[in-house]
Design a protein around this ligand. Structure first.
Ligand SMILES: *[C@@H]1O[C@H](CO)[C@@H](O)[C@H](O)[C@H]1NC(C)=O
Length: 221
């Protein structure tokens, strides 16, 4: 009996310990509830980068960290494209038109990078092209250029979760496990996630973002 009780209390302690870690350290676990995590590796994305440069001049993947950078004077992703320069992961392995999809990553933006989109949900009704853009202006995270989502993100890793409900036509953004934005979608029939750096208005000369632990989830039906 002593042994059993002893073991039970050790298990109880371990359970309590893990519970504390789960509730205070990994809020992501809650956000993943009801979702299925899908496989993700280099088979699920392609790089968008200045068309005239080799990939390694604008992208590296070292120690599980994707580092993407671009200069405001760089060429666009294809010759003749009117779009601004970018170095992005285009997650073309998961194009979707229905359901609830979630993007998760740890993101780092170095001091000085501004006027840039670091994550987007592509696809919308015209005249727009995107349902959501997470931008950085002067060290703050923005919903497009419209509203601040989170302050003071330079030079520190934060966990980003973006949940797009297609039929509900809405987007939710969590920073470090806390809901910081909820807004309407913009319609659209084909969507996918992109992340990295894509120059917007008032872009800095040098733009960089880093991402690790990228995870894609889809809500179970
Ligand atoms: C990526 O994951 C898929 C599914 O698990 C697997 O079939 C494929 O071989 C993997 N590709 C690479 C490059 O690791």
């Amino acid at each position: 009996m002593y042994h059993l009780k002893h073991i039970t209390s050790i298990c109880g302690f371990i359970f309590l310990f893990m519970h504390v870690i789960v509730t205070h350290g990994e809020l992501t676990n809650d956000l993943a509830l009801g979702f299925t995590r899908l496989p993700f590796n280099s088979s699920y994305y392609i790089n968008h980068k200045p068309y005239n440069l080799p990939l390694e001049e604008r992208y590296s993947f070292i120690n599980e960290v994707h580092k993407l950078w671009v200069f405001s004077t760089d060429e666009p992703l294809s010759r003749g494209s009117p779009t601004l320069p970018r170095s992005e992961l285009f997650i073309n392995g998961y194009k979707y038109s229905t359901g609830v999809w979630q993007f998760e990553a740890h993101v780092f933006v170095p001091h000085g990078t501004t006027g840039v989109s670091v994550m987007q949900v592509f696809g919308s009704d015209p005249p727009h092209a995107t349902t959501f853009m997470l931008r950085v202006y002067d060290g703050n995270l923005y919903y497009y250029r419209k509203s601040i989502i989170f302050h003071n993100i330079y030079n520190k890793w934060f966990r980003l979760n973006v949940i797009h409900h297609v039929e509900g036509n809405n987007v939710k953004v969590y920073i470090n496990g806390v809901l910081r934005f909820k807004g309407n979608g913009r319609g659209g029939t084909t969507h996918y996630f992109k992340c990295g750096v894509y120059a917007q208005d008032r872009a800095s000369f040098y733009m960089e973002s880093r991402l690790k632990n990228i995870k894609i989830f889809k809500k179970c039906n």
